[in-house]
Design a protein around this ligand. Structure first.
Ligand SMILES: [Zn+2]
Length: 213
C-alpha cells in the first residue's frame, strides 16, 4: 500500500515548504497526450461562455458554467470550476492555463488577474506561488473570515474540546476547574490541586479556551 504523508497545519503556513504533490490546492500534475489535450479543449469550450460585461482592460472573461468544486483548502466553498478526466478531477482554470502553455511550472498556483474565480480565459491567468495566491485572495477580500469562516458557518463540524486529538483534558475536568473557581478558590490553588499550569487554568476560567462548554 502506498504510504501517505499527512500534512500538518504548519506546512500550510510555510508555502515555500510545500512539496510538488501539495501544489495548486492539491491538484494533480497534468500530463496529457495530444488527443487528450484536444478533448479537454473541447470540454473547456463546451462548459464555458464569454462574459461581456467583465473587466474591459483585460478583455472579456470566459466563465466556467460546469461543475464547481465544493471544498477548498482555504474556503469551505472554493468556487473554482472543476472537471474530471479519467476519475481524476482537475481545476478548470489550471487545465486552461496548461492547454495554452503546457510548459508552465506546475509547482505553482494558478492565480486570476481578473479576480473572477470562474474565469478560464488563459490571458487572465498567471502562475504564482501559494503566497502570491493567498495574498492575492486576501487583498481582494475573497478569503473567508468573520461570519464567512468555516468555524462560524459549520460550528458542528469543528473538532473542539475533548474530541480534539491533542486534548488531555476531559469536559468534566474543565467544568471542575470552573466550579472550583466559582466556589472562591484562587487560580494558583486550582493549578496546584489539578496539576495544570496556572496559565492553562486562567485560560479555562476566562474562557479563552474551552469556551464551547
Ligand atoms: Zn477573467
Amino acid at each position: 500500500m502506498k504510504q501517505m504523508k499527512t500534512y500538518t497545519k504548519r506546512d500550510w503556513h510555510n508555502p515555500e515548504q510545500l512539496t510538488r504533490q501539495q501544489v495548486g490546492g492539491g491538484s494533480r500534475i497534468m500530463r496529457f497526450t495530444e488527443f487528450e489535450r484536444n478533448e479537454l479543449l473541447f470540454r473547456l469550450a463546451d462548459n464555458s461562455r464569454w462574459v461581456t460585461d467583465s473587466n474591459s482592460e483585460l478583455g472579456p472573461c470566459r466563465e466556467w458554467i460546469g461543475a464547481i468544486s465544493s471544498r477548498g483548502r482555504n474556503n469551505y466553498k472554493s468556487g473554482y470550476g472543476t472537471l474530471t478526466h479519467e476519475t481524476v478531477s482537475y481545476s478548470a482554470h489550471r487545465i486552461s492555463l496548461f492547454l495554452s502553455n503546457p510548459q508552465f511550472d506546475q509547482s505553482l498556483h494558478v492565480c486570476h488577474k481578473c479576480d473572477n474565480t470562474l474565469c478560464i480565459n488563459p490571458n487572465h491567468l498567471f502562475a504564482g506561488t501559494a503566497r502570491d495566491n493567498i495574498h492575492d485572495m486576501i487583498s481582494k477580500g475573497r478569503h473567508s473570515h468573520g461570519d464567512d469562516h468555516f468555524s462560524r458557518k459549520y460550528p458542528h463540524k469543528m473538532t473542539r474540546g475533548e474530541a480534539h486529538v491533542t486534548s488531555k483534558l476531559k469536559n468534566e475536568d474543565v467544568l471542575n476547574v470552573r466550579a472550583l473557581y466559582a466556589s472562591g478558590m484562587k487560580g494558583a490553588d486550582i493549578a496546584r490541586k489539578t496539576g495544570l499550569r496556572p496559565m492553562h487554568v486562567s485560560k479555562i476560567i476566562n474562557r479563552t479556551i474551552w469556551k464551547h462548554i
